[in-house]
Design a protein. Structure first.
Length: 115
């Protein structure tokens, strides 16, 4: 069997070593950023816990963090639905304001024939 060896030039080796050094430096920067963000998340969670204790701590009915998260998600969902409904209603109002006869005709048609 023939021994296969990889032969590279000195300039290619230098280029590869520089590339490895760049990637290692980038890796260290990303690890430092990851650690910073982890610390920020930890601090923010502690602040939320403190606020929850201040708001709900002395009452007999206590709300845990999971219940508060559900409440906040429902609130955000309700706002999103209301925004969507408002966005649908605005074009209809604009159309009616431009041609009031549509409003008169529409209410006459919904009333049905008079006897």
């Amino acid at each position: 069997m023939r021994d296969l060896t990889l032969s590279i030039t000195v300039s290619e080796e230098v280029r590869l070593q520089e590339l490895i050094a760049q990637k290692e430096a980038q890796n260290r920067l990303l690890q430092a950023e990851n650690e910073r963000q982890s610390q920020e998340i930890k601090l923010l969670k502690e602040k939320i816990d403190l606020l929850i204790r201040r708001v709900f701590g002395s009452k007999s009915e206590k709300l845990d963090a999971a219940q508060l998260e559900l409440l906040l998600k429902d609130l955000d969902l309700g706002k999103a639905v209301a925004s969507a409904e408002k966005a649908e209603a605005i074009p209809n109002l604009e159309a009616l304001s431009q041609s009031p006869e549509l409003l008169i005709r529409s209410s006459a048609e919904s009333a049905g024939p008079r006897t």
